[in-house]
Each structure stands twice: as structure tokens, then as C-alpha cells.
Design a binder for this molecule. Sequence first.
Ligand SMILES: CCCCCCCCCCCCCC(=O)SCCNC(=O)CCNC(=O)[C@H](O)C(C)(C)COP(=O)(O)OP(=O)(O)OC[C@H]1O[C@@H](n2cnc3c(N)ncnc32)[C@H](O)[C@@H]1OP(=O)(O)O
Length: 206
Amino acid sequence: MERREAITELGEALRLLVDQATTTEMPADDLLRAAAELREVAARLGVRTRDRSTLASADDLLGGVRMYNPVTGGGSALAPPLHIEVVAGVAIGRCTLGLAFEGPPRFAHGGVSAMLLDQILGHAVVASGNPGMTVRLDMVYRAPVPLCTPLRLTAEVQQVDGRRVTATGTIATEAEPDTVLVSASGTFMGLRADQTKRLFGPVLKA
Ligand SMILES: CCCCCCCCCCCCCC(=O)SCCNC(=O)CCNC(=O)[C@H](O)C(C)(C)COP(=O)(O)OP(=O)(O)OC[C@H]1O[C@@H](n2cnc3c(N)ncnc32)[C@H](O)[C@@H]1OP(=O)(O)O
């Protein structure tokens, strides 16, 4: 099996674990036994690791492959994951949030909605050919986002003004795609060469 497939397999197992660990009502003894077993597994994975200045060997930064991205990464225990495709400049995202993402009971944490929207706005911005970093993200929470419900996100670029790119996006359910639950407007700033070197120099050098 190729390494990226193995990373995704491990990611799926971790997401199942996070989901079960969040929903389990098993007694304390079972939780303690699971915790001990998981520490052993973690120790095996920790034999070879990377630091923050080293890109994951399975990643392809310029090709847009980020296996451990906390929103889209197939290898991430934290990612829903959000699956994004860009069609005619519009980024369309799909995911279902489990109980690990709960804020108010039955609904998603507001910060999770912001994270999803930051990511999908970023995809629309990259797809427009003007990559940049988020410098501002404005959120409007119109209605709570239901957990365990297929969601549909959209994002598109509204304006490109030199290095400054503005994009907007929404979260709705798949069942009612025209009822906007959360909307966001983001400003992204393209980096000057000196900023790219200062922030990402060690990673790019490697
Ligand atoms: C298709 C392929 C798939 C792959 C897709 C991958 C998608 C990835 C998606 C990832 C998605 C996740 C993405 C993430 O999570 S990105 C992570 C979160 N974002 C950050 O950490 C960025 C932090 N900010 C900075 O480091 C600096 O601000 C940078 C370096 C960006 C600019 O440096 P600096 O601040 O020194 O500015 P400047 O001297 O260059 O001047 C630039 C202009 O910017 C204006 N400005 C600054 N701040 C703001 C502000 N808050 N509102 C409005 N305007 C602002 C400023 O006034 C100036 O305007 P002007 O005077 O020129 O008019």
C-alpha cells in the first residue's frame, strides 16, 4: 500500500476513535484500559517524527497535498474531513460533523464553522490564482449548524485588488442548500517575497 493511502487509513481509524471516544458511555475501567493501550500505540508512532519546520514527507506543498490539514487532511484525526472541489471558480465543500465538534448541544461549535469557512474561502482564493493568508474573517451566524447532518459549503472570490483578495462563503445543509446557516467574508493578503521567506523559509529550503 502506498504511504498516502496508509496515512488516510490511519486517519480514518483515528477519526473513528475520536468519534467513539466522544460518544462512549462505557464505565471508567474500560476508559482507563483504552487509554493505556492508546499510549502504547502512540509510542510506536513517535519513534520517528518531524518538527514544525519540516514538511510531512507525504505532502506536496506546491501541488496542494496537505495530508494533515486539520480541515481537509485525510490523515488528520481532527478533520471532519471537508471534501472540496472547485467548479467554475466556486468552491463546493461537503462534510458531516460528528459529536466531537459539538458546541451547543446538538449543534456545531461556532469556531468549527469559522475553521471550515476559512479553509474553503482559502481554496477559492488559491483557485483564483491569487494565493494569500487570511488577514480578516467576518462571520454571521444566522442559525445553528446541526451535527450528524450532511453539510454543503460554498465559497467564491468577490474581488482582487492587488495583493488583497476578498471572498465570501456559506454553510447550509445538503437537504436545504438555499437556507444559509452561517456566512463569512474573508480578506486574504498575498505575501511579498520577504514575507514568504520570513514565515516559510525553513520549510521551503528543506
Ligand atoms: C487548488 C489547490 C488546493 C490547495 C488549496 C490550499 C488552500 C489553503 C487554504 C488555507 C486556508 C487557511 C488560511 C489560514 O489559516 S492562514 C493563517 C492565518 N493567517 C495568518 O496567520 C496571517 C497573519 N498575518 C500576517 O502574517 C501579516 O498580516 C501578513 C504577512 C499577511 C501581511 O503583513 P502585514 O500585516 O505586515 O501587511 P503588509 O505590510 O504586507 O501590507 C499588506 C496590506 O494588508 C493590510 N492588512 C494587514 N492586516 C489586515 C487586516 N487584518 N485587515 C485588513 N487589512 C489588513 C495592510 O494594512 C496592508 O494594506 P495596504 O496598506 O497595502 O493597503
